[in-house]
Design a protein around this ligand. Structure first.
Ligand code: GSH
Length: 103
C-alpha cells in the first residue's frame, strides 16, 4: 500500500487535475498535508492557494469564511457558484466519495 501510494505521488503525470477544485492552505500545515496526501492517494492533484505566502488568497479566505483557518476546499461550479468546505476530515470525506475508484 505504501509503495503504491509513493509511486502514485511520484508519477505526477498520472494525477488528474479536476476542474473547479482548489485548496486554501500551506504545506507546513499538517491538516493541509493530510488533505493533499489523500488527494494524491485518490489520484488527483489540487492546486494549492497558499495563504501564508499570498495575501490575496488569505484575504479571499477571510472574506469567504470569516477566518483564515486552513485547509478549506473551494468547489467552483460551472454556473459560477462556489462552495467553501472547511475541516480536513470533511474534505477528505468529500474527495473520497467523489474520486474513489469503484472496487
Ligand atoms: N479541525 C481543523 C484544524 C485546522 C487547523 O487547526 N489549522 C491550522 C493550521 S495547521 C490553522 O489554520 N490555524 C490558524 C487559525 O486557526 O487561524 C481541520 O482538521 O481542518
Amino acid at each position: 500500500m505504501w509503495r503504491f501510494w509513493k509511486s502514485r505521488r511520484a508519477e505526477k503525470r498520472d494525477l488528474q487535475r479536476p476542474e473547479g477544485l482548489s485548496i486554501y492552505g500551506y504545506p507546513q500545515c499538517p491538516f493541509c498535508r493530510r488533505v493533499l496526501n489523500s488527494a494524491s492517494f485518490l489520484g488527483i492533484e489540487l492546486p494549492l492557494r497558499n495563504t501564508l505566502e499570498d495575501p490575496e488568497h488569505r484575504q479571499a479566505l477571510q472574506d469567504a469564511m470569516g477566518r483564515t483557518t486552513v485547509p478549506v476546499l473551494l468547489i467552483e461550479g460551472e454556473g459560477g457558484d462556489a462552495k467553501w468546505l472547511p475541516e480536513s476530515a470533511e474534505i477528505v470525506r468529500y474527495l473520497t466519495e467523489r474520486f474513489r475508484s469503484p472496487d
